[in-house]
Design a protein around this ligand. Structure first.
Ligand SMILES: C[S@@+](CC[C@H](N)C(=O)[O-])C[C@H]1O[C@@H](n2cnc3c(N)ncnc32)[C@H](O)[C@@H]1O
Length: 245
């Protein structure tokens, strides 16, 4: 879908494709979710955690499971994804709120109370560099002191060799997941058919605008975050975070 300026955005066809393929196409998905949750200091009872672009709700579910007293606000731009999040978290429905939002706009970035953590997986790369930088500054302002921002996302290696390594690792990861889940390579063939490996096809999908990891860490520091670090990186997918002093 394109807006009045001709910029393309995520639409419900993307949602369905990701719901069908996410379990194969996201490298070390379960480990990534565990690491994101591990990076969050235990919230005060009743504390608010926010997930940006919750997709099918696996990360929100993990937050609700790990922090039994917390509440989660899951935001997404897709009605289908929000429905999936509610379904995935149905056993914790009393502690989950969901709402539609547009990640790139600023109206939602003040919350009814300062969140103890804001997390996001595989979504912020849909913003351009300027939008990411603004987002990080706004989230630093919104968080409670001591709160953390944790981002899991694809990052763009600045060198040709880095792109090649990320591309190869992503292929290997999807191949292994296809075999482990189904015992065959049909999902890997689909990954190739869809041209999903960004590192092999940089201009293939206009909605993907990953920035380098180094840039994003510098934008977090510039926004005032401390303890800025990348704790995990594989196949061009990174988990990085910062803490509001
Ligand atoms: C690749 S999926 C990732 C879903 C989930 N976070 C995960 O890691 O499995 C991207 C998600 O971001 C949402 N999304 C993408 N662009 C968006 C935007 N501009 N505003 C709001 N949501 C957006 C999509 O609806 C989708 O749920």
């Amino acid at each position: 879908m394109a807006d009045a300026q001709g910029t393309r955005h995520w639409d419900e066809n993307h949602s369905r494709s990701f719901l069908d393929n996410g379990r194969y196409f996201v490298p070390e998905r379960e480990r990534q979710i565990e690491i994101i949750v591990d990076l969050i200091p235990p919230p005060a009872p009743g504390g608010l955690l926010v997930e940006l672009c919750s997709g099918e709700g696996l990360l929100s579910h993990a937050l609700l499971e790990r922090f039994a007293d917390c509440r989660v606000l899951a935001l997404d731009g897709s009605a289908e994804m929000l429905e999936q999040t509610r379904e995935t978290c149905r056993d914790q429905a009393g502690r989950l709120a969901t709402a539609a939002f547009e990640l790139g706009r600023r109206y939602w970035r003040t919350f009814s109370e300062p969140p103890q953590a804001i997390v996001s997986s595989l979504a912020i790369h849909h913003l351009d560099s300027h939008e990411k930088r603004t987002l990080f500054a706004d989230l630093a302002a919104a968080l409670r002191p001591g709160g953390v921002l944790v981002v899991a996302d694809i990052v763009r290696p600045p060198s040709a060799s880095g792109l090649d390594i990320a591309g190869r690792q992503w292929d290997e990861a999807v191949r292994a997941r296809a075999l482990a889940i189904d015992g065959d390579l049909a999902a890997f063939a689909e990954f190739n058919r869809l041209g999903w490996n960004y590192f092999r096809n940089l201009d293939g999908e206009p909605i993907d605008k990953p920035s380098s990891l180094a840039e994003q860490l510098s934008w977090l520091a510039e926004a005032g975050f401390t303890e800025v670090d990348c704790v995990w990186l594989f196949a061009g997918h990174a988990i990085f975070s910062g803490r509001k002093p």
